[in-house]
Design a protein. Structure first.
Length: 320
């Protein structure tokens, strides 16, 4: 099969198209013919070695396709079933082996490209808005990078829960996408803390959902009202340097959390509950999935360059 392999972590040139033997499913696993793989910042972190992995490895932690074979002991899944997954390495390939308990059945009305475009980022948006800080009707919410993959979904879910979205974007094109997703106010990054204060009558927002990291961290804290929550779920601009926790006190007894999806979908029951919501909203049309680019598998390097260069909107897919 064709796959992308990282032998030595580094820049995007570390993504090397490679011919390798087809994998075989072991006990409790299924083999999937991959229809589409999602491209995410965690793939960049794996490639760079920021999140170290044994090498060589096939990157890609999200995808969807059709079950081609079952390993010993698998029940409840059949060859020919359509499934998606997230949080399992090996998606940048024509075939992938997935633990059966992480395979997510795709309901009617959801095609594999939609699933590969929404699972990781949709589940991230879901846990942020329903669990990390459960948005209530009338809450003021700041969503950074609102035209990105998570941002577009998070904006929609916050609106489904009755929140008011203040969105940050970098271009006019991205502003239109954020408004189309339901953002109530759209602002640029420069001076955003002051803009947020002006838009909230000087109060600040109840929560900031920040996947940007170093470049926005200080002003994200400054955008919160007393006892507000900064949910720092990513670091697209780089990791946040160490800081004095006294800043949380002086800012108004603020809360800072650094959540990750693995801890919010730790059991199969929780995974299926969240995916049931997300895929149900997609199937009903309440949650729109924006695919910003489709790349041949061999063009994984270009997809990473475009993602890191902030030249994209919505979700990027690799198509084997």
């Amino acid at each position: 099969m064709h796959a992308i392999v990282v032998a030595d972590p580094g820049d995007s040139s570390a993504l090397v198209p490679t011919e390798m033997p087809d994998p075989e499913p072991g006990p409790g696993e299924v083999l999937v013919d991959v229809a589409a793989s999602g491209v995410n910042f965690i793939d960049v972190y794996h490639r760079e070695g920021r999140y170290p992995l044994p090498t060589p490895f096939v990157p890609g932690s999200e995808g969807a396709g059709t079950v081609a074979a079952l390993g010993p002991g698998v029940a409840g899944i059949a060859v020919g079933d359509r499934v998606g997954w997230q949080g399992v390495l090996g998606g940048y390939a024509q075939k992938a082996v997935i633990p059966a308990d992480r395979a997510i059945p795709l309901p009617e009305g959801i095609d594999p490209e939609q699933a590969a475009a929404v699972l990781l980022q949709g589940l991230t948006a879901h846990y942020l808005a329903t669990s990390t800080y459960a948005v209530q009707p009338g809450d003021d919410v700041l969503v950074h990078a609102a035209a990105g993959g998570v941002g577009l979904l998070l904006t929609q879910i916050v609106k489904l829960r009755g929140g008011r979205v203040i969105a940050t974007v970098s271009t006019a094109e991205k502003e239109k996408l954020a408004r189309d997703a339901g953002a109530d106010e759209v602002i640029r990054y420069e001076g955003f803390a002051e803009a947020v204060r002006a838009l909230t009558g000087g109060q600040g927002v109840h929560v900031v959902y920040d996947g940007v990291g170093a470049a926005t961290f200080d002003d994200s804290l400054a955008s919160l009202r007393p006892r507000g929550v900064l949910a720092l779920y990513g670091a697209a601009s780089g990791p946040v340097p160490p800081f004095d926790p006294q800043r949380l006190n002086s800012g108004g007894s603020l809360y800072l959390t650094r959540p990750t999806l693995a801890h919010y979908a730790a059991t199969r029951e929780e995974l299926l509950a969240r995916t049931g919501d997300v895929l149900g909203w997609v199937a009903s049309g309440e949650l729109k999935v924006h695919i910003g680019g489709r790349y041949p598998l061999a063009d994984a390097k270009r997809a990473h360059d475009d993602l890191q260069g902030r030249r994209t909107t919505g979700k990027l897919l690799l198509i084997p």
